[in-house]
Design a binder for this molecule. Sequence first.
Ligand code: B16
Ligand code: MG
Length: 219
Amino acid sequence: MIKGFIFDLDGVLTDTAEYHYLAWKKLADRLGIQLDRKMNEQLKGISRMDSLDRILAIGNQMDRYTLEEKEKLADEKNEDYKELILEVTPNDLLPGIANLLADLRAKDIRLALASASKNGPVIMERLGIADMFDTVVDPATLAKGKPDPEIFIKGAQQLKLKPIECVGVEDAQAGIESINAAGIFSVGVGTKEMMKEADYAVTSTQELKLEEILKRANQ
Ligand code: B16
Ligand code: MG
């Protein structure tokens, strides 16, 4: 019996990938590294420091900076990103999400956030959905990021539920891997090819219908 839903943020509840891109692009330009939107796709769901490492690798600058300098670079990007997300409003919820969250709350299904983003709580406030969630996994407490199952296992624990009582929703392949390894029913949003490991997949958030998900997850 499903009693909880654990959501990824970027790409599921809202789409802040463009803001991440603009902030990384500004830093990359300053460092003389070419970054385009296609490369940005590879940064989805990846932690801030791992994203920086990938960008430095693109520019062959992996060994140029100490850890302390890299932390400064990541902070610089984050300050720009924080400016950009001030523009987020409830209108930035992805299609169908407001209805899905309302349906979940109406059924007393508990909600958790399992995002790699340390800015998750601020974005949830800006989207006007923070109060609907029971708990947020703090990504700073994790030993390993997605695809490791830790973040979704913690999400279930914080909801005081067993993995089999939960559904996880993700848009990244690494996220689906993480949900599956946690023993949680996985719902994927994306192309058939990208979401082939998901227990149930849809191509857009608009198609996320609670009755349909529960029918499949409760089987
Ligand atoms: P921050 P998710 C991820 O969010 C983003 O997809 C990824 O691009 C970003 O680098 C990561 O959060 C960390 O974000 O710099 O704000 O801590 O998809 O796991 O919700
Ligand atoms: Mg995501």
